[in-house]
Design a binder for this molecule. Structure first.
Ligand SMILES: *Cc1c(COP(=O)(O)O)cnc(C)c1O
Length: 303
């Protein structure tokens, strides 16, 4: 199975001159129009493994706006796997057509099973997996968010040789797979900063499972209240950033990341003339779903 992702380009970000740092963004979002760059990288070696072991079906888990669900559906379609998505929230069953993410997954052939929030919490238990096996037969199980050792291996391919010029590498953190790959492939003179998109003390220990180095740190005060929680200040930042730089950010991960990086720059966190690389991990497919929610709440939309 041939599954090769090229290197994405680093694009400079224009900053006011008073900030004496250089800021670049790696456009992993350009890997695919609908698929988060990092989710695709996380799938690469998992799909090769599934193929090698003779599996024809992938099964995974996610919420209604999950970038991972969209990525698995698309990759399955592209590389000839059947896909099954275990989706959190029974109430969504009748609302597939109102939900851009689920609709995209469905069009790409994903079969859904909707489960209650309490059942969803049991997703890693042996009993639940056995029940799924009874229902669906043999499948290759991709964990929620896609993070495992093979996913980390895929994320080790995000950085290229020329990225050794950067002093700092910044990325959004969900389950910690992406940052683990970056930590493993960065040089020891580089500092990797992770910006969690959710509240969670478990993240550091998750990351420690996959890395042995210590040149990384989590910046934990830019989650905006939790996963997929946003406010008007963040929406305005995302819209302003797009207007100024012509680069879209997503509201769940990369918007919070860039907001945090700007704040750190303003606060003088980075030494003068630091070279900073921000990883744009994608996630743009989630904007449509978020805007639907914002509209209901009569909040400004993401442009
Ligand atoms: C899933 C996701 C992340 C988080 O990646 P992890 O490997 O789970 O930490 C970051 N950005 C985007 C756009 C994502 O979809």
């Amino acid at each position: 199975m041939i599954f090769n992702l090229g290197q994405s380009i680093n694009q400079p970000i224009k900053l006011p001159q008073k900030f004496d740092v250089e800021l670049y963004i790696k456009r992993e979002d350009k890997i695919h129009k609908h698929i988060s760059g990092n989710k695709y990288r996380k799938l690469k070696y998992n799909l090769q493994e599934a193929d090698k072991l003779g599996y024809t079906t992938l099964l995974t888990f996610g919420g209604a706006f999950s970038n991972h669900i969209a990525a698995v559906a698309f990759a399955g379609q592209k590389f000839g796997f059947k896909t099954i998505g275990i989706i959190r929230g029974e109430e969504l069953e009748d609302k597939i057509n109102d939900n851009a993410t689920l609709q995209f997954a469905k069009v790409n052939g994903m079969h859904f099973k909707f489960v209650s929030r309490s059942d969803y919490r049991e997703k890693n238990s042996d009993g639940f997996l056995q029940q799924l096996q009874k229902e669906f037969g043999k499948f290759y199980c991709v964990p929620e968010g896609g993070t495992n050792a093979l996913a980390v291996k895929g994320c080790e391919e995000i950085l290229s040789d020329s990225d050794t010029m950067f002093d700092y590498i910044c990325c959004a953190v969900g389950t910690g797979g992406t940052i683990s790959g970056l930590i493993n492939s960065a040089k020891l003179h580089q500092q990797i900063l992770g910006f969690p998109a959710l509240k969670g003390d478990f993240l550091s220990s998750n990351i420690s499972k996959f890395v042995t180095r210590s040149n990384w740190k989590l910046i934990t005060n830019f989650h905006f209240g939790g996963y997929a929680k946003i406010n008007v200040e963040l929406i305005e930042f995302i819209n302003q950033f797009k207007h100024m730089q012509d680069i879209p950010l997503d509201p769940v991960y990369t918007g919070k990341l860039m907001f945090g990086v700007y704040k750190l720059i303003e606060d003088g966190f980075f030494p003068k003339r630091s070279k900073i690389l921000v990883i744009h991990t994608g996630g743009l497919q989630g904007i449509a779903g978020m805007n639907k929610r914002l509209k209901q709440k009569k909040l400004p939309l993401i442009k």
